[in-house]
Design a protein around this ligand. Structure first.
Ligand code: ATP
Ligand code: MG
Length: 585
């Protein structure tokens, strides 16, 4: 499996638990048959060669986002570090909202992040819906043993009799019906003899438990709905809290890592595993659940439901819009898999609430790309500079490193001519204090070229400056002995107008105007930044070939990627991933 780039594992409470489990030999004799299954299947397997088993269990009801990346990097990263295995498991137990489109995208982006789920010849990509038969078999066993019953109360009645944090719940009138009667009804439920909502299977635990999740939680509900994989085979579907421990156990997961909101579900998770072990369907060592805090990133929202609104209401151009915090959006924006893994490794893992500024993500991108990205010059807001003392058809080459951190990347060369594109902002008719770039009478260096002295400018009828004039100082070319003969306070970038390559640039800003768009009473749709993207025409250094997905650092401007869908070498489309420095605050 691939290792996260640039990262060394930092200890955290989960690693401490794993270290202890391994030291104590907790899983030393655990068996794995090479496929999911109950005790009877696993006992026929070998001692598991994977020292730990983790899983990443997305529900395929949307596109993965940066929050999921934390969980992906944690689960796959631990499996890598400990010689274990990490399963990709689609938690597709809810028929209404799940689709194959999401399954494909999830597989695609987890691979893109650099992880895979193969281990010792096992594919380890699983679907919870493949376990429906086992789940049902276990449910019958629990009913027969008196651990579950069919309740004929409505969902509303179940809710009303559940009690509150301060008051106990009350028993259902059906709670003490015979196991035989419950079994009969459960079979009828499965056979489609009862309408949606008419009855449910509930665990028989304790209606006065201080933990509301232990007050006879619902295990199966009736839904006459087609499922994206099992079609119409089933009309009863398991609740998450009942399905999840079974999924983990069938896959002999050792460390089941989830976010903190599942902490209150842990007693039921353990209750299910213990009962099924007692009944002989599972065997020790059982999976254990551990909770860590979710990632909250500033200026984005990471709820799939809310992201869907941005897509449906046309705020963005789809799930992979470069402003979206989805992994497909970040990929299109230009984020590298290495930068996302670096960001996640810097996040650490704990139980403390985690609010992280978006700039941390941008810094990880810079740290990942700075050592490796090719440099080039671009001009985004061009104005013409004329070197009035340079020959009309003069032409000479200038040289610059492809990457100053990497000598082996070599040099690039590009022509200097009499007319150049420079950034409009690099000239001021009336310079403010401490402005050291071009203004009449001032000298600056043309990067990799000559020192020039500004001699004048031309304005159009509207008073807009259309041309800047300067004279170059012949003996001052970079890389020649005279280069340091004249001192200047500023260096500007430029491109020969005759050779410049026309390109479209898309410059992005935060999608929301506030740090926590979904934390206040205001609807997040009213907090959208109206200027989150500007699309402009500009110029590129000749010789830059914008094949899809290629990334650069454009000098002084930031990191850019040739859009993975739209860019062509003839008509480059470049997305700015981030600026060179944090200019946002
Ligand atoms: P959403 O609320 O956006 O629908 P979810 O938590 O319901 O997200 P799942 O598909 O159930 O999405 O999540 C798969 C895994 O990713 C779970 O283990 C979940 O805990 C984890 N996960 C989701 N969001 C975050 C987050 N912000 N930080 C860390 N882990 C997360
Ligand atoms: Mg979920």
């Amino acid at each position: 499996m691939s290792k996260p780039l640039n990262t060394t594992p930092v200890s955290n409470f989960i690693r401490t638990i794993i270290d202890n489990d391994l030291a104590n030999g907790r899983y030393a004799t655990k068996r794995w048959a090479g496929k999911p299954g109950p005790a009877s299947v696993q006992q026929q397997g070998q001692v598991d060669q994977a020292r730990i088993r983790t899983r990443f269990p997305p529900e395929p009801n949307g596109y993965l986002h940066i929050g999921h990346a934390k969980s992906i990097c944690l689960n796959f990263g631990l499996a890598d570090d400990y010689n274990g295995a990490c399963h990709l498991r689609f938690d597709d137990t809810n028929p209404e909202k799940e689709e194959d489109e999401y399954v494909k995208s999830i597989i695609d982006v987890v691979k893109w992040l650099g992880f895979n789920w193969q281990e010792n010849g096992n594919e380890n990509c699983y679907y919870a819906s493949d376990y429906f038969e086992y789940m049902y078999e276990f449910a019958e066993a629990l009913v027969k043993a008196g651990y579950a019953y069919v309740d004929e109360q409505s969902a509303e009645e179940i809710r009303l009799t559940r009690g509150t944090l301060t008051e106990p719940g009350s028993n259902s009138p059906w709670r003490d019906r015979s196991a035989d009667e419950s079994l009969q009804l459960l079979r009828e439920m499965r056979d489609g003899k009862h309408p949606d909502g008419s009855m449910a299977l509930r665990a028989k635990i304790d209606m006065s438990s201080p933990n509301i999740n232990m007050r006879d939680p619902v295990m199966y509900r009736i839904r006459h709905t087609e499922h994206h994989r099992t079609g119409n085979d089933w009309c009863i579907y398991p609740m998450y809290s009942w399905a999840h421990p079974v999924e983990d156990a069938l896959e002999t997961i050792t460390h089941s890592l989830c976010t903190l909101e599942f902490e209150d579900q842990r007693p039921f998770y353990e209750w299910i595993l213990d009962r099924l072990t007692e009944l002989g369907h599972l065997s020790e060592p059982l999976p254990r659940q551990y909770e860590f805090s979710r990632l909250n990133l500033s200026h984005v929202i990471t709820s799939k439901r809310k992201l869907l609104r941005l897509v449906q209401e046309g705020v963005v151009n789809g799930w992979d819009d470069p402003r979206m915090p989805t992994l497909v959006g970040m990929r299109k924006r230009g984020y590298t898999p290495g930068s996302i893994r670096l960001f996640c490794s810097r996040l650490g893992v704990s139980k403390a609430a985690q609010h992280v500024p978006y700039s941390d993500l941008e810094q990880a991108l810079r740290d990942d790309l700075d050592p490796i990205a090719d440099r080039a010059v671009a001009v985004l807001d061009p104005i013409k500079l004329v070197l009035t003392n340079y020959p009309e058809d003069g032409h000479e080459l200038c040289h610059a490193p492809v990457n100053p951190h990497d000598k082996s990347a070599g040099n690039r060369e590009f022509p200097l001519t009499r007319e150049l594109w420079i950034e409009r902002d690099d000239f001021r008719e009336d310079p403010p204090r401490k402005y050291f770039r071009l203004f009449p009478g001032n000298t600056v260096r043309l990067k990799y070229g000559y020192i020039i002295k500004c001699t004048g400018f031309v304005k159009d009828d509207n008073g807009e400056v259309t041309e800047v004039h300067a004279e170059y100082l012949p003996d001052t070319k970079s890389g020649t002995p005279g280069a340091s003969s004249v001192k200047v306070k500023s260096t500007i970038t430029w491109i020969s107008t005759k050779h410049a390559v026309s390109a479209t640039f898309r410059l992005y800003d935060r999608l929301f105007t506030v740090a926590q768009p979904d934390a206040s009473d205001t609807d997040f749709m009213e907090l959208i930044n109206p200027n989150s993207v500007s699309i402009i025409k500009g110029w590129l250094e000749p010789g830059v070939t914008a094949e899809k997905g290629k990334r650069w650092q454009f000098e002084r401007l930031g990191y850019f990627v040739a859009d993975r869908d739209e860019s062509t070498p003839e008509e480059p489309v470049l997305n700015r991933i981030t600026t060179l420095r944090d200019t946002w605050n």
